[in-house]
Write a protein that binds this ligand. Structure first.
Ligand SMILES: C[S@@+](CC[C@H](N)C(=O)[O-])C[C@H]1O[C@@H](n2cnc3c(N)ncnc32)[C@H](O)[C@@H]1O
Length: 433
């Protein structure tokens, strides 16, 4: 078995080394600086996948995973690396993506945004499976590289009150008539409310409703049912309850959302990321600023609070409606316009139709914003703040911005939005003359 030194991490948190033939080898669970004896489990033309056989020289930053289910559960992949070191490793992942994909180095590396390493997931989708051979119902994340649900009784990245609910949830669902037709639960936590949305593929019975109501009372949560698509979700208990909200006090903004709306999972990190984004964007009264992939207006409303006018564009009609409602509720309707459009089909004409734009904020899904960056014409804003959840697509888009559109990559940095996982959230600033 080959022994090799790991030189970096890939964006799934695997250690990277090179084989004797010069192929990249991705070693599950190995950390930078470590010497490991590895076993190849998959050979491809240009790379190999491997597992650790033995750690010959461990990293000083290797720690014992806190969670008992870490080896099996696919919810986290980096608990074996010290939490502070994770942020540095993710910064390196971002820099590597920018360099290897786009041959770019950022002018400034911003300090990493870091927060609580545990109990930070304010929203999550957890799976449910009735498995008699395991003693009944399992509730949790998927096992690593598997469609099975991990047999887990606690979770360190969920807030403690949700982690403590995993076993009672197993017992609750085990007693429901629909236990084999209830594949997932959506969890959404707001400033004051916790909502659990049970996806029921068939109608619940009267006895189920009694059990669900009792569960909601006992755990002081709202229980919702979702009989079909996301729009069908409705509150079962209590009969009246406040809406979910999250606040951004620094910008005097409170956002209202439905449990299956897209919102950032880590509310405290979102607040700090917002401060960074506003600092880089530096919105001024009278400016017209586009917020592309605006969702329910997370960035739009803090920008509008500065006195600038925001033109928000988003693919989901439901989120566009929510953004408008949030703008009105925060007294910012006069400074905002929201439109629904498929930005993967953006063209120079469709971007020009938004009117004069002084600055741009882009926060796309994992695939990035290639059509948008290609569509930027000579009159496009000189400053772009790009928030990304995928360093690879950020790097691809950055290459277009820099080599085809004349921008400079002024700065880039990460926010550890998802500690213990390999997900890298980042923010970058582009400017041109
Ligand atoms: C990373 S989220 C950001 C949302 C928002 N900026 C926030 O911070 O909450 C990406 C958003 O892009 C939207 N989206 C996905 N595909 C899209 C498309 N093809 N056109 C426009 N919007 C899209 C999603 O609905 C989602 O709201």
């Amino acid at each position: 078995m080959p022994i090799a030194t790991i030189h970096s991490l890939d964006n799934e948190g695997r250690g990277i080394t090179r084989s004797a033939e010069g192929k990249a080898v991705f070693v599950e669970g190995a950390l930078p600086g470590e010497a490991v004896d590895y076993t190849v489990v998959r050979k491809k033309k240009t790379y190999e996948q491997a597992e650790i056989h033995k750690i010959v020289r461990p990293s000083a930053q290797r720690v014992t995973p806190r969670c008992a289910f870490f080896e099996k559960c696919g919810g986290c992949s980096m608990q074996h690396l010290d939490s502070n070191a994770q942020a540095a490793a993710k910064q390196r992942v971002l820099e590597n993506a920018l360099w290897h994909i786009a041959r770019l180095k950022a002018g400034i590396i911003y300090p990493a945004i870091i927060g609580a390493p545990w109990g930070y997931r304010y929203r999550a989708r957890i799976g449910v499976r009735y498995v008699p051979s395991k003693g009944g119902v399992l509730v949790g994340f998927h096992e690593k590289r598997s469609s099975y649900i991990a047999d887990m009784t606690s979770c360190q990245i969920l807030p403690p009150h949700i982690s403590d609910m995993l076993v009672p949830l197993r017992e609750l669902i085990d007693g429901l008539s629909v236990r084999e037709r209830l594949p997932q639960i959506e969890i959404a936590i707001g400033d004051t409310e916790t909502v659990l949305v049970f996806r029921n593929l068939v109608d619940v019975e009267a006895a189920d409703i009694v059990r669900l109501r009792t569960f909601a009372e006992t755990h002081a949560i709202q229980v919702w049912l979702q009989p079909s698509g996301p729009a069908s979700a409705y509150r079962l208990h209590p009969d009246t309850a406040p809406a979910l909200t999250y606040s951004m006090p620094e910008f005097d903004v409170t956002m209202t959302f439905r449990p299956n709306d897209f919102t950032q999972v880590n509310v405290p990190i979102n607040r700090v990321l917002m401060r960074r984004a506003m600092h880089l964007l530096d919105p001024q009264p009278g400016e017209r600023i586009a917020d592309l992939f605006c969702g329910l207006g997370n960035f739009s409303l803090p920008i509008a609070r500065s006195g600038a006018t925001v033109i928000g564009v988003e693919g989901s009609d439901a989120l566009v409606a929510r953004a408008g409602e949030n703008a009105r509720a925060n007294g910012l309707a006069e400074h905002t316009e929201f439109y629904a459009a498929n930005l993967f089909e953006a063209t120079e004409d469709s971007i020009a139709a938004l009117g004069r734009l002084d600055k741009l904020l882009i926060d796309p899904p994992r695939d990035g914003a290639m059509a948008v960056v290609r569509a930027l014409g000579p009159d496009a804003p000189r400053r772009i703040v790009y928030v990304s959840c995928n360093p690879a697509s950020l790097a691809r888009d950055a290459a277009v911005l820099v080599y085809e559109k004349g921008y400079r990559l002024k700065g880039a940095g990460i926010a550890n939005m998802f500690p213990q996982t390999s997900h890298v959230e980042s923010i970058a600033l582009f400017e041109r003359d």
